[in-house]
Design a protein around this ligand. Structure first.
Ligand code: GLA
Length: 376
């Protein structure tokens, strides 16, 4: 076992002991990672393509069943314990961290799962508001834990589940965020939190949910740089971008009757009919249509081992997010500019929803200082 794995193992053991201390019995522990996105930003909710990767930062949910109908959640990060009656769950979000858990509980119930009383201990090291998808990692870890608890509450002989359906769980967690937490996010984050693999990037078609795991060459590393500018996609700008894309499709579909989403619009289509769109909407569409093409080109470059080409596409992506989609910020732009000039960097860009958070850089291994805390 390498040092990184040993550290992970030790901290899981410590979490198990903490659970015993809090609830008096041993838990089962589930873990889901945060993510970076190499390319394909704001394309998921346009039925497009994305290329995220799981990172070494994660959320863990430890779980054990209770005999009553209570859901007791303890957060190590907030040093706080909250209790809910499973038969009288809050109807709407409260803005509290527990919204992420309650959203998943509700969607599991809606999908036909019977949840019994549950003790949950949640702990994570994905920084919040850094664009590394701490929310999807808590949703997916908790989703697994709650399914475990549902299994305990059900007559095991009646269960045909050996392993949870990861796609179903990812969709359900996305629904929790869309309908309960109030962010109209796409499927990327929950999908990679469910399927991400060490050392691989995930090429995902967000319409069909077909995916491929592409290996990253051994001599490159992904470096995350945090601007420390907090972002929150639950705030209005993200939902506004999504609405602008939907407006684009609505207008363009008058000329392109088969267009269901921006995924179906080509650069030539935009050239021909773009003048029908308000300028802001046209620029939003220009980003998404170009970004979808860039993801496919980047996948081809990665398979050919052409990291120079990959890096160039990352930079184009950043410029498009900055100028057309307008989701960057001065701190992200500066970090990209500085990294661009650094030796050994193939490419760099903002990653995630934007308005702050992190940049990602594809770097030749020899130029990165070893840090196993958040890497792949
Ligand atoms: C957030 C959302 C994702 C995706 C990205 C932007 O991370 O949760 O669904 O839209 O922003 O690519």
């Amino acid at each position: 076992m390498d040092n990184a794995n040993l550290a992970v193992e030790n901290s899981a053991h410590a979490l198990g002991q903490r659970f015993v201390q809090l609830f008096g019995e041993s838990p089962r522990i589930y873990q889901a990672p945060g993510r970076v996105n190499l390319i394909g930003e704001h394309t998921d909710y346009n039925d497009g393509f994305v290329m995220p990767a799981a990172i070494g930062l994660y959320t863990r949910a430890s779980v054990a069943a209770r005999l009553d109908r209570k859901l007791v959640i303890h957060s190590e990060n907030y040093s706080e314990r909250v209790e809910f009656d499973l038969d009288h769950l809050p109807a709407t979000r409260s803005g509290h961290w527990s919204d992420y858990v309650i959203g998943v509980v509700k969607m599991l119930g809606r999908s036909g799962e019977t949840l019994g009383g549950t003790n949950l201990l949640v702990d994570g090291n994905v920084p919040q508001g850094a664009g590394l998808s701490s929310s999807a990692s808590i949703e997916v870890a908790v989703g697994y834990a709650l399914l475990d608890s549902a299994d305990q509450a059900t007559d095991r002989t009646k269960l045909d589940r050996t392993e949870p359906d990861r796609t179903k769980l990812a969709l359900l967690c996305q629904q929790a965020e869309n309908e309960f937490v109030g962010a109209r996010c796409g499927i990327m984050d929950q999908f990679v939190a469910s399927y991400g693999e060490r050392g691989k990037v995930l090429l995902l078609d967000c319409r069909s949910l077909e995916y491929r795991q592409l290996p990253l060459p051994g001599d490159v590393a992904l470096a995350m740089c945090n601007t420390m500018v907090k972002h929150s996609i639950a705030k209005g700008e993200y939902n506004r971008r999504r609405a602008e894309c939907e407006t684009g499709v609505r207008v363009l579909s008058k000329y392109l009757p088969n267009a269901q989403a921006l995924r179906d619009v080509t650069p030539d289509d935009l050239e021909a009919y773009g003048h029908e769109l308000p300028d802001i909407v046209r620029r939003r569409c220009h980003h998404v249509i170009g970004e979808n093409a860039r993801v496919l080109k980047a996948a081809a470059a990665l398979e050919l081992g052409d990291l120079q080409a990959f890096g160039k596409l990352m930079l184009e992506s950043h410029r498009s997010l900055r100028d057309d989609f307008e989701v960057s910020c001065p701190e992200l732009d500066l970090m990209v500019e500085l990294a661009e000039q650094a030796e050994g960097v193939y490419g760099t860009r903002m990653t995630g929803g934007g308005f702050g958070g992190c940049t990602i850089a594809l770097v030749q291994n020899g130029y990165v200082e070893a840090d196993s805390s958040g890497g792949l």
